[in-house]
Design a protein. Structure first.
Length: 125
């Protein structure tokens, strides 16, 4: 088993979850049966994921691995595949990850996904 060290932004997000009294997600959750794609944080029972992007704008320049060229395209393909499989994926950058506004977004989405998964299958169509 691989133990991955938590980044500063991941720690910030975990503190946000505690402040908002939200359930703890699984870190680095592998969601695709063939590809080695992982979500930063996931609640698999309700198919909700959070991706924390370290890159952000600095003036007119975009910084960070997920914000440039091929890596951005790969992230788009990953998120699209997840959504085709029924996942809801929230994204946050380094500025958003510690805001109460994002905490409310995550909490609201958790409640919506729980309600969705509790509905009978015929109602979900």
């Amino acid at each position: 088993m691989i133990i991955l060290e938590r980044s500063y932004l991941e720690k910030q997000f975990e503190r946000l979850l505690l402040r908002h009294q939200l359930p703890q997600p699984i870190r680095e959750y592998k969601f695709h049966p063939v590809r080695k794609w992982r979500f930063d944080f996931a609640w698999p029972k309700i198919k909700l994921a959070v991706e924390i992007d370290g890159g952000t704008f600095a003036g007119q320049k975009m910084l960070g691995n997920h914000a440039i060229g091929k890596r951005y395209q790969e992230d788009c393909i990953k998120i699209n595949a997840a959504q085709l499989d029924g996942w809801a994926v929230l994204r946050a950058d380094r500025e958003m990850v510690n805001t109460d506004e994002f905490g409310v977004v995550v909490k609201t989405m958790i409640l919506r996904r729980i309600a969705l998964w509790k509905r009978p299958a015929e109602e979900q169509r």
